[in-house]
Design a protein around this ligand. Structure first.
Ligand code: BGP
Length: 472
């Protein structure tokens, strides 16, 4: 007999990102971010044009026009009964180039309005400081996160938004899916490894950029706590599990090594030091890290309060093959035990319970599931309604898995469904890969009225929230 184990104050919510929803990519003084330079296409996350190609469609430029329609959208989120709403602040609305000394007031005022609106509905903002949204200027002129000057630029930006929104926002995250700095260094760290002469140079770039992001994250935590000691500042990783493709110990061990390549990022940000196994990575790959005096003390002092993570699916890994994360597309071999989405993502609710237990055992820190969801080709029926049973089934199975994880002793503070309203896919730039409980009339080519329409799953999630997870 199913019964809810969710605590009374569980933060049921939904999550979007500025670059995938707001549009208005150059409005009110905003500058170009990495995400604005990604044309549509399944390999968009591997390379971006530093100059825009007039022949290509850039879905993030208009998104779903959340920048102008946020009042309508947040009213829908309030009707859904959300307790919290995750989004990011677009770094380039606040510092258009990234290295300015003074912020862009018009950009700050947009988030003043958005956060005030959320609070008026008693919806808690959950804010990502950078969601693959490093200013493009910092990539072009400074080389992205391999340049430690970005630490100061990021700290300046974080201090401005912490100070400005210290009475509206309690929950923050420093970087979205920071572990993608390894698997998708271009969008996650703004570093281009395509010109690296060999694997050693690639890894030196990746680990130097990662080190600089660790220092930046820690400086932000230290600064944030001084501005408001009540801030809860998390790190955030993409953590869908990696299963060995067979019982061959080589598959088992290499899968574990790959898992640890991701957990390396939460190890550093939650434990406050480089783990012992990193020494072998450094030695075996001739890594030379530029670690400045004080960096390690900063990392130690600026550890995160909680672990935010995205869970979508699991992956299967066979020794010797290449694998990437969610948005990277290369997700390993097919798992004969699991159904997949139209985009080939295995549906694995038990894997969700597994990851919650794994992370609890590793860190004994609160967990925040800040992305979970299923992308579907939603089509209207003959009367124009959107019936999405597959989304409701995915939601039910993953809420049940999370409910079991809580019973297993996992401290999960909240759950924000990825894309409660249809938004631009990060991996492909498609609108057709829809996650929302609310349909948006916009297609892959940027055509459509942008009209919003509730799907059948809207009321389903609404009653899950109303009953605190009891009615599934
Ligand atoms: C994660 C990103 C999100 C979101 C999600 C789903 O990596 O943090 O931005 O996009 O992937 O991926 P997609 O949108 O490609 O389906």
């Amino acid at each position: 007999m199913y019964q809810s184990n969710f605590p009374e104050n569980f933060l049921w919510g939904g999550a979007i990102a500025a670059n995938q929803a707001e549009g208005a990519y150059l409005e009110d003084g905003k500058g170009m971010s990495i995400a604005d330079a990604l044309p549509m296409g399944k390999d968009r996350v591997y390379h971006f044009s530093l100059e825009l190609d007039p022949e290509k469609h850039y879905p993030n430029h208009e998104g779903i026009d959340f920048y102008h329609r946020y009042e309508e959208d947040i009213a829908l989120m309030a009707e859904l009964g959300l307790k919290c709403f995750r989004t990011s602040i677009a770094w380039t609305r606040i510092f258009p180039k990234g290295d300015e000394l003074e912020p862009n007031e018009a950009g700050l005022q947009f988030y003043d309005r958005l956060f005030a609106l959320l609070k008026s509905y008693n919806i808690e903002p959950i804010i990502t400081i950078s969601h693959f949204e490093t200013p493009l200027y910092l990539v072009k002129e400074y080389g992205g996160w391999k340049n430690r000057q970005l630490i100061d630029f990021y700290e300046r930006y974080a201090k401005v938004v912490f100070e400005r929104y210290k009475d509206q926002v309690t929950y923050w995250m420093t970087f979205n899916e920071i572990n993608h700095a390894h698997t998708l260094p271009l969008i996650a760290a703004g570093v281009d490894i395509s010109q690296a002469k060999d694997e050693t140079e690639k890894l030196n770039i990746i680990y130097q950029a990662s080190h600089n992001m660790f220092v930046a994250s820690a400086k932000a935590v230290i600064a944030g706590k001084k501005i408001n000691p009540d801030f809860q500042i998390g790190c955030m990783l993409s953590l869908s599990p990696i299963y060995p493709a067979s019982t061959n110990p080589e598959d088992v061990f290499e899968s574990y090594q790959l898992r640890r390549r991701s957990l390396f990022y939460s190890d550093v940000q939650l434990r406050g030091e480089y783990p012992g196994y990193f020494n072998r990575i450094v030695k075996e790959n001739d890594i030379y890290l530029d670690i400045q005096p004080g960096d390690l003390e900063t990392i130690k002092e600026g550890t995160c309060d909680y672990l935010g993570f995205s869970y979508y699916r699991s992956s299967l890994h066979r020794a010797g093959t290449k694998i990437l994360g969610n948005t990277g597309g290369l997700i390993g071999e097919k798992n004969p035990y699991l159904k997949e989405t139209a985009w080939g993502w295995p549906i694995d609710p038990l894997g969700f319970r597994y990851v919650c237990n794994e992370l609890t055992d590793r860190y004994q820190k609160p967990l925040f599931v800040v992305e979970n969801g299923i992308g579907l080709f939603d089509q209207a029926d003959e009367v124009g309604e959107f019936n999405d049973p597959d989304r409701m089934e995915y939601l039910k199975e993953h809420v049940m898995a999370m409910n079991e994880a809580i019973e297993d002793g996992c401290d999960i503070i909240g759950y924000t469904w990825w894309g409660p309203i249809d938004i631009v896919s990060a991996g492909t730039g498609e609108m057709d890969k829809r996650y929302g409980f609310v349909y948006v009339d916009r297609n892959n080519d940027g055509e459509g009225t942008l009209e919003r329409k509730k799907k059948a799953s809207f009321d389903y999630y609404k009653q899950i929230i109303e009953t605190n997870g009891a009615n599934l």
